[in-house]
Design a protein around this ligand. Sequence first.
Ligand code: CP
Length: 310
Amino acid sequence: LPHFVSVEDLTTDQVNALIARAEEFKNGAPAPELSQPVYVTNMFFENSTRTHTSFAMAEKKLGLTEIPFDASHSSIKKGETLYDTCLTLDALGVDLTVIRASENDYYLPLINPGAGHYLGLGIVNGGDGSGQHPSQCMLDIMTIHEHFGHFKGLKVAIVGDITHSRVARSNMEILNKLGAEVYFSGPEYWYDHAFDKYGKFLPIDELVEEVDVMMLLRVQHERHAGDAHEGDFSAADYHKQYGINEERYALLKPDTIIMHPGPINRGVELADSLVEAPKSAFVAQMGNGVFMRMAMLEAVLRGRKLGGLE
Ligand code: CP
């Protein structure tokens, strides 16, 4: 892959190959040997703990050289565009960059700059607004595969602040492609019926005893400016109506897993006492993120023939 910006165009063979490679890395497979140095930056214009740090960890394990980039002190703050920032890094010899930004599709002009532009930097999307979060999606499906060994026929509920969630957008699409049955739940005002083509919207209490995967989404207050429901939001009320509390947890099937991309609003999407419960895959997801990001970066290195890889 020359870039990794979305899961939209991945084939099921590519998805399965990435899962297999991430599982190999998890089982101790060595990183491929690089015959030339590869320079990478991590440009995070939105806050991040998991994605930023696990890309840095994956880069280190792959033997890439990270060139520090501090978004808050960069010339973006003086008005330089993202395109010109990438042009600068390219000129300095950076080979690829991971970017998180709040604008949906920020990556399109970077990967298709058009006539007269020669940006040669590889782009890996660390999350764009409410658009896509390909690395979170890939680590999520790795975690599901690790637990169940397959996707076909698995019932997966995506629950919560769906309209504002890039995790939901990436996951509903790929889970559909892999043959899982997708369901949606949570506040109907944070659901867009455009997603009906991927699955059915149902009340959480109709799903809790049925699903194999309960995928909870963070309530993203930072994306609620102008949202009519933000002013009335009550954490306790949300938890009661849509969250996984001890009562709902007890109704889950024995093999069901609860997932959450993090950061968790404890006591809102998931009860504080359940974050590390036996059915919670939250910690496993974060650990798998490093290995999946290694597999994704390796695919881009090979796609761009960087480090002497083919
Ligand atoms: N899941 C996720 O993207 O977490 P961070 O915002 O901490 O990277």
